[in-house]
Design a protein around this ligand. Structure first.
Ligand SMILES: [Zn+2]
Ligand SMILES: [Zn+2]
Length: 184
């Protein structure tokens, strides 16, 4: 079995250093994987915008990414955006993914400490982005949410949950990841 190929797709303008951090770190977490930033930037589909909520409906963006990237040759495509995402009946989402599937998306909007009135902290911002990226890619591999609060597959209801968990899978979840990545 070949390597799991992960592509990072920037949706509109995205913090370059965050994308590069993910590109470097994701292959360390997913066994036998490789990751690259897709050079083409994907413009956010305007129909995803909800002007009452002033947010973007992530499921619409996911569907458009699926169409756009179907011949790009990646096993998994992770969309990254600075825009604020939602799904109906939730105030916001940090991300969304096909479970199982190929497409995932994360929003950096609510990961910046400044969003919560705190001082800018690049290291914390990068770490939060990695946690959300690993979480959503975990879903594409078919992993459900995990009840272990420190496992990356724990559901983040708020940034406190994101900060409490690590960017690692618990032993139970990692067994599934290894099987999906062809190592186990
Ligand atoms: Zn989740
Ligand atoms: Zn777990």
């Amino acid at each position: 079995m070949g390597k799991l190929k992960i592509g990072i797709l920037k949706i509109n303008k995205v913090d370059k250093e965050v994308a590069e951090h993910l590109e470097k770190e994701l292959p360390k977490i997913f066994p036998k994987s490789e990751c690259e930033i897709i050079s083409e930037v994907f413009p956010v589909p305007i129909e995803a915008y909800n002007k009452n909520r002033k947010q973007y409906y992530s499921s619409i963006i996911l569907a458009r990414i699926r169409e756009k990237t179907k011949n790009f040759g990646f096993d998994i495509v992770l969309g990254v955006t600075e825009l604020d995402l939602y799904v109906p009946h939730l105030n916001f989402v940090f991300g969304e993914a096909e479970c199982p599937g190929k497409i995932a998306i994360i929003s950096l909007h609510r990961l910046r400490p400044e969003f919560y009135g705190s001082k800018p902290n690049r290291k914390l911002h990068f770490e939060r982005a990695l946690k959300e990226a690993v979480h959503e890619i975990g879903h594409t591999l078919g992993l459900p949410h995990c009840s272990n609060q420190s496992c990356v597959m724990f559901f983040s209801n708020s940034i406190l949950d994101t900060d409490r968990k690590t960017f690692h899978f618990c032993e139970k979840c990692f067994k599934l990841v290894k099987r999906k990545c062809g190592n186990g």
